[in-house]
Design a protein around this ligand. Structure first.
Ligand code: ADP
Ligand code: ADP
Ligand code: ZN
Ligand code: ZN
Length: 843
């Protein structure tokens, strides 16, 4: 049983939550006592078990109890969590989780809708807007483009009109129909079928499209008729005509569908974002002439507030909206004589309510966002802060908020605002359980729970639970080392000298305008600045796109967009590279996106390590005797996998009144392979057992296999020795995924001249993990590469060779390079908001 230091001074706290025997994931039968109505911070290295304790146990249990109290019907509506592995928990209040969501949100939502501010703004327009003379009052719903009452009748609330033309569906009119002139038709069999139907109908499918009579072209592309005709696949046009004459029985009867009908039908009805995207390719979109992209009907747009219609107001930064509301909220406009007194009171009350809520968002450093900004374009940290703000003004009390690294994406100056917001929730009588790595947040805790000592099986114990200063005595704690050492004592280094410069000119994107920037080559550069200052626009968008374009490399598309309509027009390549490209041969982005979306991908498959393992199995005596090749040892191939679960290892069980659950496959018991395959062993382990090894264990097991060993060594170096080789991609955190990508890169032969771009790689990493990451990045630079990192962790910034500080503020108050130079120089720039925090690291 884990040691749990008794609370030293418990009288300051109103009550405690008591956990007995927590065994979720890697937790080792943990007992824990933590105070309510306090800020409790969970610390520990990545993979130590913090989330398993805070989310997997405490939050899951609160959720389960809540669900127990509602009807089975309501239960189905909730995303249900598994019952946590724990003996008992006492004193637990109801909980609200504010977790970082990495995948793409599937629902159409915006800043206004997730914060519910849109409802209030609609109310403001409905009840307190300025109406043109003679127009009756309009209900609040009519100010939403997503309702029939509000949607512009011309574009149905889309803001754009989609249409198909001959040019859009037949991009190359020198092709014949047989050569697929009609690109918009389905590919493969579907398109062939339409062509055969046209042959039956006597159209010439072997002359260039442009030589067909216009009347025929129009009919083929645009008709709504759907004639059904006999089809003779494989016959030439002449043979077809003969067969028709002889009334030969056809292979089947085919239904004609015009290209327009096909595209519009697919667009309107498909569930697949990919198909929708394909259809969209053949459609021209233009701004709706009626609403000019504002998506609302004219009557709704005729109502104004402070001279703006609701669409214009929704496009403004929240900070500006707050400014507009101010005079109404304080009643300052009430002095104007030409206003109706009753309406002014309504106006003031709604404006004041809205202003108060906006103030919370501004405090959290989100004033640069607009209400209409769609959530897929927000970072996970921004989304979490929006949700946090919504909680702050919902005035709940007696609730536990469980948060996952709320400081992610925050500049140290924004973190101070976050701490104030958390203090506000606490004062209102709530408890806060926060998983955090940021030392500034950890220092503010009323109570610390340090989990460790290491990750995975080497973690899962509570090393310390108590007021922060008590951690100083815990020798096994990795957190202690960072918490009680002054920042400037941690680093001494001389910045490297750049080997050249990558110069960008005329950079224009989001809040960047005609920016000139120079990135040093052959060194480690960090790009800093408050949230919203333009770091990602500069680095992850423009720099990456320009370099990729020059190298002829494809920028991986944003995968699986929820809805292609939600994507703005592809941004123009605003800017150009004017020097330095000759020193870059390759661009590599290392982000936190999952390495796969299904349990079929895992670390072993992603890194390529599994290919070598499978070859070893195929080379064993038994495999050779049975003629098993390497494919036999893949759980994605029919030959060797368990057919019952198709190699997934588990099956979905449908329950009558509950959400479906995954259960281990009853045939292979989770092994994923069939019995025959599992009979083959390599050094006494079958392939499933090898997938079950941790990286550390595999490192010993494969000691004599240099190729496999090299891959395993880098995985250990980036701090992932605790992961199992076969751990499904779906169970990995963003930070783990990122380090797997980095390790995959590092095991390649290093030729130098690569440009590595990383956006906040320290998210989810304990300071000790950050050190490991830094060592890897330094290794890349030493091998002759360039590394550019968007970063808030001042430890990393101070340890870099060059800093580009963006700002000075967020949104239209940012977008400039405030300072650029080695860390020690930037630390002295007065205008830089980063400087004071960086200065702490200078001796
Ligand atoms: P932390 O929050 O400290 O980074 P976690 O609680 O996420 O750590 O993980 C603790 C251990 O549990 C790790 O070894 C991790 O790989 C494992 N783990 C996390 N999630 C799951 C899961 N869904 N299924 C199985 N193991 C998991
Ligand atoms: P940072 O990376 O420094 O937090 P960003 O580059 O993400 O800043 O944002 C800079 C500005 O550009 C902000 O005002 C932000 O709202 C805006 N912005 C960023 N991405 C988008 C986008 N996809 N669509 C519209 N505006 C965006
Ligand atoms: Zn319209
Ligand atoms: Zn199975």
């Amino acid at each position: 049983m884990a040691k749990n230091s008794p609370p030293t001074d418990t009288k300051d706290f109103t009550g405690f939550v008591r956990v007995r025997g927590a065994r979720e994931h890697n937790l080792k039968n943990v007992d824990l006592e933590i105070p309510r109505d306090a800020l409790v911070v969970f610390t520990g290295v990545s993979g130590s078990g913090k989330s398993s304790l805070a989310f997997g146990t405490l939050y899951a249990e609160a959720q389960r109890r809540y669900l127990e109290s509602v009807s089975p019907y309501a239960r189905r509506l909730f995303h249900q969590m598994a019952v946590p592995e724990v003996d008992t928990i006492d004193g637990l209040p109801p909980a609200v989780a504010l977790q970082q969501q990495r995948g793409t949100p599937t629902t159409r939502s915006s800043v206004g809708s997730v914060t519910t501010l849109s409802n209030l703004v609609r109310m403001l327009y409905s009840r307190a807007g300025d109406y043109p003379a003679g127009q009756g009052i309009i209900y609040a719903e009519s100010f939403s483009p997503n309702t029939p009452e509000g949607a512009c009748p011309t574009c149905h609330g889309l803001g754009r009109i989609y249409e198909v033309t001959e040019k859009s569906m037949v991009p190359d009119d020198s092709l014949t129909i047989r050569e697929r002139a009609i690109a918009a038709w389905p590919q493969a069999w579907g398109g062939q079928n339409q062509r055969d139907i046209l042959v039956t109908m006597g159209y010439d499918v072997d002359i260039p499209w442009r030589d067909l009579p216009q009347k025929d072209r129009d009919w083929i592309l645009f008709t709504d008729e759907q004639p059904v005709v006999p089809v003779y696949p494989g016959y030439s046009p002449a043979e077809t005509q003969r067969a028709l004459k002889r009334k030969e029985p056809p292979n089947y009867m085919g239904t004609f569908t015009s290209a327009k009908r096909h595209v519009l039908h697919t667009f309107a009805n498909t569930q697949s974002p990919l198909m929708k995207k394909r259809a969209l390719q053949y459609m021209l979109s233009t701004e709706c002439p009626m609403c000019h992209g504002k998506r609302l009907r004219p009557e709704s747009l005729s109502v104004t507030f402070a001279g703006l219609d609701i669409a214009d107001l929704s496009g403004l930064p929240l900070k500006r909206v707050a400014g507009l509301l101010q005079p109404y909220a304080t009643g300052a406009v009430g002095s104007q004589p030409d206003h109706d007194a009753a309406q002014l009171i309504v106006k003031q009350r709604i404006a004041a309510d809205l202003a108060a809520r906006l103030a919370v968002l501004l405090d959290l450093g989100l004033g640069y966002l607009s209400l209409e900004r769609s959530t897929p374009t927000l970072s996970p940290g921004e989304l979490q802060r929006l949700r946090l703000a919504t909680q702050l003004y919902s005035n709940l009390f007696g609730v536990v908020y469980v948060l996952d690294e709320p400081s992610a994406g925050l500049h140290p100056s924004d973190t101070e605002a976050l701490l104030k917001a958390l203090a506000g929730l606490k004062q209102a009588g709530n408890s806060l359980f926060v998983v955090e790595h940021n030392l500034d947040v950890i220092r503010q805790a009323d109570w610390l729970v340090d989990v460790g000592p290491a990750a995975g099986e080497q973690g899962g114990e509570v090393l310390y639970s108590g007021p922060p200063q008590g951690l100083a005595d815990i020798e096994t704690s990795q957190t202690r080392r960072y918490l009680f050492t002054a920042d400037h004592e941690q680093l001494v280094r001389t910045p490297r000298t750049p080997a050249g410069w990558l110069r960008l000119s005329g950079v224009t994107r989001n809040n960047l305008e005609q920016l000139e920037v120079a990135f040093p080559l052959g060194v480690l550069t960090t790009v800093t600045g408050v949230s919203g200052s333009g770091k990602s626009s500069l680095v992850s968008q423009v720099l990456v796109e320009l370099v990729a374009a020059q190298l002829g490399q494809e920028v991986e598309a944003e995968e699986e967009e929820a809805d292609p309509l939600e994507r703005a027009e592809p941004a123009e390549l605003g800017g150009q590279i004017v020097a330095g490209m000759e020193q870059i041969k390759r661009l590599v982005r290392v982000d936190q996106k999952p390495i796969g979306r299904t349990p079929r991908s895992n670390m072993a498959t992603y890194t390529g390590l599994f290919d070598h393992v499978r070859k070893l199995f195929a080379a064993t005596k038994m495999a050779k005797a049975r003629r098993y090749d390497a494919g036999r040892f893949s759980f994605n191939v029919a030959k060797g996998r368990c057919e019952n679960c198709q190699g997934e290892g588990f099956v979905m069980v449908e329950l009558l009144f509950l959400p479906s659950v995954y259960a281990p496959c009853p045939v292979c018991h989770g092994a994923r392979y069939n019995a025959k395959t599992l009979e083959v062993t390599y050094r006494d382990k079958n392939i499933a057992e090898v997938l079950g090894l941790t990286v550390d264990a595999a490192w010993e097991f494969f000691a004599d296999e240099p190729t496999i060993l090299r891959a395993l060594t880098v995985l250990r170096e980036v701090g992932l020795g605790y992961l199992r080789l076969g751990q499904p991609a779906t169970e990995l955190s963003g930070g783990e995924a990122q380090r797997i990508k980095l390790a995959t890169e590092l095991q390649r032969a290093q030729r130098g001249n690569s440009l590595y771009v990383l956006d906040e790689p320290t998210t989810g990493l304990h300071p000790s993990d950050v050190e490991k990451l830094m060592a890897q990045l330094d290794g890349l630079v030493d091998a002759g590469n360039t590394v550019i990192v968007v970063e808030h962790d001042m430890r990393v910034v101070a340890g870099s060779d060059w800093v580009i500080d963006m700002g000075p503020g967020a949104g239209d108050e940012g977008g400039h390079v405030v300072a650029a130079g080695p860390p020690a120089e930037v630390a002295r720039v007065k205008e830089s908001r980063t400087a004071p925090y960086l200065a702490r690291f200078q001796a």
